[in-house]
Write a protein that binds this ligand. Sequence first.
Ligand code: 5AD
Ligand code: SF4
Length: 464
Amino acid sequence: MYSRKLHITTFGCQMNVYDSGRLSELMRLKGWTMAKNQSDADFIFVNTCSIREKAARRVIGHLHKLKAMKYKNPNLIFGVGGCVAEQEGQNLLTEVPWLNLVVGPGRLDEIPDVVDALTASMPAVILSGRRPDESPSTPLGPVIPMASPKASPDFSVDNAAASETGPISAFLTIMQGCDNYCAYCVVPYLRGPETSRPHDEVVAEAAGLIARGAREITLLGQNVNSYSRTSSRRGLDFVKLLQEVDSLAGLSRLRFTTSHPKDFPPELVELFGCLTTLCEHLHLPLQAGSDKILSAMGRRYNRQRYLNLVDELRRACPDLALSTDIIVGFPGETESDFQCTMEMLDLVRFDSIYSFKYSDRPMTAAMRLPDKIDEDIKARRLNDVQQFQKTVTVAKHRSMVGRRLEVLVEGFGRRNGQLTGRSRDLKPVNFDGPPELIGRLVTVEVTEGFPASLLGVLQDDPPR
Ligand code: 5AD
Ligand code: SF4
């Protein structure tokens, strides 16, 4: 029997990747299979991101490129999801009139039923906000294995979840939305208020992922530290959740992202270096180095508090690798404010950073601020930040030569015969080895350090 085929392209954050996986699983339950490429598909879905202006523009450009497919196959159903869909709604149909379906992230679970009822000649369906009958604590749905793409901003992946067995490294969304309203950020307006999934459901899903072959799980949320919050203090429910997932048999590695520095209780700091599966890496967005800009951003910490937290974390776990997000050119950022950011990079010496030029986002408080920074100044500051960080990262990577790392082998490297994986501190490691090692933990001795990866030699001894 012919089964209808689905193709998904995912832009943006890991939470979008998780959502795409959930959609493909829900569609699979209705008899759909994944198309090998877009030209085989009966339904093409593009899951989008609008966190920064550049990301949103890239999505629109991608949609325009797909127009020809619609002419070739008039029965094709075309859907757009994610934050661009939520933000633009009806406007998206003006720009891209051949769309059949525009669905915000809160309405994703309705797609399979809607697609079943939809034909390409019907007027487009727009779903946004939360489902009218949904209570904030409604569980997100069934167990979905998700492959994790390389962490990088503005990535896109095709059919990320198209595997029958689960991935070696899986994502698991534990909470959605955000209550923080940082002045530059559109997320609270598009993803809504914080809602956490029930504890038992998350633990059961983690167990399911492990049963389907996951060795590594990354817990996801816009601000995972505020998970649940039935405890009186922020972060304690998250600590309990981490402890429980850590104790599941068969799990080798546990990670989480993203954390807000203002919600980091000592109990959470102490878990690093004490929970066996919790990996020695933390993404801790700093955003800016000057107290004036941090305050204007509404981040609710200052540089000293951030530095103290880094000290505490490194005391608890001396090998902890840190990555961060940096925005340059926030409205009102003077040259000396910017130098404070550069100073923080020097003081903390992050392992890696994601850096962005500030861009106005609709609805945000920063959009209405005066003293916008010229594009060429933003570009120069971005370049300064990236050049400086490159020297730090290369120095760190070179200092690792001779170290033996536990590597979870994720797939083939770029060169023939090469495999690639990640160390516990999230560094990409390439080495020569046989394909049977994919999905296994191995020991690799580092021989060279590059700006974005390590090269090493496979060792005989088993990983610790
Ligand atoms: N301009 C530039 N960068 C932004 N980010 C979020 N909103 C904006 C914006 N308006 C960055 C922040 C955040 C990351 C996911 O994207 O650094 O941590
Ligand atoms: Fe956006 Fe701030 Fe919430 Fe992160 S914590 S999602 S930057 S509002």
